[in-house]
Ligand binder design. Structure first.
Ligand code: NAP
Length: 477
């Protein structure tokens, strides 16, 4: 059990003003794995007030960027020491297979904690330019108080990708993690406390949608950074638009993996096994539309079905497990609904289908499913399912494959699988997606990450992620 009886408000542990407790149950067997207070609107007020005072009057925004980088480096050292504890806690909360928790759920945040601080040295905080009327100065100043709202699927990646660049830019930050995964956020708060940030600079206040909405609307929040679903992103964007508040959005996806005719199917399946089913299919960038030429369609479907059958499903703490449970009953119901819909739409589940896998009745386990006989107009090909469900869509030729990949409301990610890397890179240039892989998918944590179209606005990670937390100011004279 990992339980917290207080929230992290303005850098200090404080009781919630309300009495609601979030009880986190293991999606594997329903046992209680921890509890945390649910932040109320009064708690959000306290966190924003601390951030606001600290931004206006405190030392943090005025420090030399290298001093802020040193504080993040202290945090990185603590994170390195306590990675295994963090990985196990995330697996407890959301059922992520422990191997992925170690590699991705905490491995990627650690790479960001290590990768961001060196960027501050070369970042153009202040530069002199020559215009048409003489010289002027361009300054990059922190955007102010940041409200960060995150989803449960890769909770530390999402928090760290917002918190660290915002801090390095000189912002103060209020993080509102999702109630499905509040514990890892509060464990991170312990690390932050130990690293020693000045008062008011960081608050971590898990809570539900009402707390999130209150944070979005708060007049003293200068910028909202949101990761979650596209419908909620639209709502947040509209509210921020009304208030002329800065906002960045990392939203859903329905990414396509294009398998070219010259692809080695064994190697391709080794890749798709991970990139299509990563994190039990609960990944924004999962490649859940597999595009195969009509000539090789049956071969690709057979190979994908064989691979999918071969993936061990079970206890996410078992190192052999590749597919764990879905995060919650609500998510399980959603995935079951889409599997039933696929069958109604005329697709054929060549592996998997509705219901639970044998022997796993006690948790929120779905059967990894591959649908064949799918065309790109079906809802199972157009909507984000967010579970271990992959559809295989036939294409006529390469132009048709690119057309289908682009025929989506989303534009988050994609991949192409081919013996000809040059041909793969040519396709990468034509697909409208924020990140792309040739014979792989796994963007570098220091590369810009984000979406075209309904997958979001803005980019996180790397230099662009840091630039997302500054305002530009031109000074003449
Ligand atoms: P969600 O329902 O949109 O929730 C995301 C966060 O927003 C949660 O903390 C949620 O709290 C909060 N929230 C809900 N309604 C709100 C509102 N009206 N105002 C302010 N905050 C609100 O998404 P989810 O189901 O947790 O996460 C899955 C989605 O996230 C998928 O679509 C996935 O693709 C996307 N995602 C995108 C990326 C990316 O980088 N592009 C990465 C990871 C996940 P509650 O949980 O209490 O509702």
């Amino acid at each position: 059990m990992t339980s917290f009886d207080r929230l992290f408000i303005g850098g200090a542990w404080q009781p919630s003003s309300g009495g609601d407790i979030i009880t986190v149950r293991s999606p594997h067997d329903g046992r209680v794995v921890g509890t945390a207070p649910a932040a109320t609107t009064a708690d959000i007020d306290a966190a924003v007030a601390a951030a606001h005072t600290s931004f206006d009057e405190g030392e943090w925004p005025r420090l030399d960027p290298s001093d802020r980088a040193a504080a993040v480096e202290r945090l990185a050292a603590i994170y390195t020491e306590r990675m295994s504890e963090m990985a196990a806690l995330i697996t407890d909360e959301n059922g992520s297979p422990i191997t992925f928790s170690q590699l991705g759920q905490v491995g990627a945040p650690l790479m960001m904690l290590l990768g961001f601080p060196p960027l501050v040295g070369a970042f153009p905080w202040e530069e002199t330019r020559t215009g048409v009327a003489g010289e002027f100065t361009v300054r990059r100043e922190p955007v102010g108080v940041v409200g960060a709202i995150t989803a449960w699927n890769v909770p530390q990646i999402l928090i760290v990708a917002k918190l660290v660049p915002a801090l390095l830019a000189g912002c103060t930050v209020v993080v509102k993690p999702s109630p499905e995964a509040p514990l890892d956020g509060l464990l991170l708060a312990q690390f932050i406390e130990e690293a020693g940030f000045p008062p008011g600079v960081v608050s971590i206040v898990p809570g539900g949608a009402a707390a999130g909405e209150y944070l979005v609307d708060h007049p003293d929040v200068d910028k909202v950074s949101f990761t979650g679903s596209t419908p909620v992103g639209r709502r947040i964007a509209a509210r921020c638009g009304e208030r002329l508040k800065r906002v960045s959005l990392e939203l859903g996806g329905k990414s396509a993996a294009i398998v070219l005719d010259d692809a080695d199917l064994d190697l391709t399946m080794k890749g798709l096994r991970f990139v299509s089913f990563v994190n039990n299919g609960q990944a924004c960038a999962a490649q859940t539309r597999v595009l195969a030429s009509r000539a090789r369609y049956d071969d690709v479907v057979d190979a994908l079905a064989t691979t999918t059958r071969d993936m061990p499903v079970g206890d996410p703490h078992d190192a052999a497990t590749e597919i764990g449970p879905l995060v919650s009953e609500r998510q399980w119901e959603r995935v079951q609904g889409y599997i039933a819909l696929g069958e109604e739409e005329g697709a054929k589940a060549v592996v998997g289908g509705g219901g639970r896998p044998d022997g796993l009745g006690g948790g929120w386990y779905a059967r990894p499913t591959v649908f064949a006989g799918v065309d790109n107009t079906m809802r199972v090909a157009r909507e984000e399912i967010f579970g271990p469900v992959v559809v295989v869509i036939p294409y006529d030729d390469v132009d048709d494959a690119v057309r289908i990949a682009n025929d989506s409301d989303f534009g988050l990610a994609g991949s192409v699988w081919t013996a000809d890397v040059g041909a793969g890179r040519a396709i990468a240039r034509r697909v409208r997606a924020g990140t792309y892989g040739v014979n792989q998918y796994g963007p570098d944590p220091m590369s810009p990450f984000g979406g075209f179209k309904a997958s979001g606005i803005g980019r996180e990670w790397g230099e662009e992620g840091l630039a997302d937390y500054v305002e530009l100011k031109s000074i003449q004279g």
